[in-house]
Design a protein around this ligand. Structure first.
Ligand SMILES: [Zn+2]
Length: 95
């Protein structure tokens, strides 16, 4: 499983890819049109598909992480680790 979060620093959007133990694997620069991943030359890729979802939900630059293969969201809690979205309490859902 690959799990992603997205950071934006005024210089575009960056997908950070991790394995299931949250070890960092790669960083891709992604826009709606382009991506630096190995599939970047194809018409689309998973990162370009995920970017609008992260933007729409306001989850760029947050603790939210997405498991693309299983279509599941997790919140990265400093103490508990990855918390499945349905176990995240309302007040920090948009944190
Ligand atoms: Zn990509």
């Amino acid at each position: 499983m690959s799990i992603y979060n997205v950071k934006s620093n005024g210089n575009g959007y960056h997908f950070h890819k991790h394995d299931e133990d949250l070890n960092p694997e790669n960083v891709y620069d992604t826009s709606l049109k382009e991506c630096t991943c190995p599939g970047g030359r194809r018409p689309t890729c998973r990162h370009r598909q995920m970017l609008p979802v992260f933007q729409h939900l306001g989850r760029v630059n947050t603790g939210w992480m997405y498991d693309f293969e299983n279509e599941s969201w997790y919140y990265l809690d400093q103490e508990k680790g990855l918390v499945p979205e349905n176990r995240v309490k309302g007040w920090w859902r948009r944190a």
